[in-house]
Design a protein around this ligand. Structure first.
Ligand code: AMP
Ligand code: ZN
Length: 134
């Protein structure tokens, strides 16, 4: 999809912070995070919503989400897995994605405004998650 921002990320046309990639899926940091390490997991094949996905692509997607979750669970006390479908449900980017949001404090998820972290913090959390994936 030419005008899809996540398809542009997959093609490497815009910068992003990669966490993990395989044949069918890509995981990268959300650039307006709800917490440090907030990761998005997407299928490489464009689908707008979950219900429109092919079963095999959905299987790959959930397995990648679990792989990232296993790493995130080692750097946080808990995590949220969130997936929005349709504008009315809060979907902004029309390319299926799972949010994996590390949680350390039992407070409301604070998305707007997004949380701000230093480049150093972002680099450190990226390296930690990537190391834990291995
Ligand atoms: P949703 O509301 O579920 O569609 O969430 C879309 C998410 O994509 C938001 O949390 C955005 O911060 C995130 N996002 C949008 N553009 C980018 C980008 N270029 N790189 C990383 N994350 C993005
Ligand atoms: Zn797309």
């Amino acid at each position: 999809m030419a005008d899809c921002i996540f398809c542009k990320i997959i093609k490497g046309d815009i910068p992003y912070t990669k966490i993990y990639e395989d044949k069918d899926t890509l995981a990268f940091l959300d650039n307006s995070p709800a917490s440090l390490g907030h990761t998005l997991v997407i299928p490489k094949k464009h689908s707008e919503t979950l219900d429109q996905m092919e079963e095999k692509d959905l299987k790959s997607l959930i397995l990648t989400a679990q792989k990232i979750a296993k790493a995130i669970s080692q750097i946080s006390k808990g995590y949220n897995l969130i997936q929005n479908n349709g504008k009315v449900a809060g979907q902004i980017v029309s390319h299926v994605h799972f949010h994996l949001i590390p949680r350390n404090k039992k407070t409301e998820l604070n998305w707007t405004p997004s949380q701000k972290f230093s480049e150093k913090e972002i680099k450190e959390v990226t390296n930690k998650i990537k190391t834990l994936l291995k």
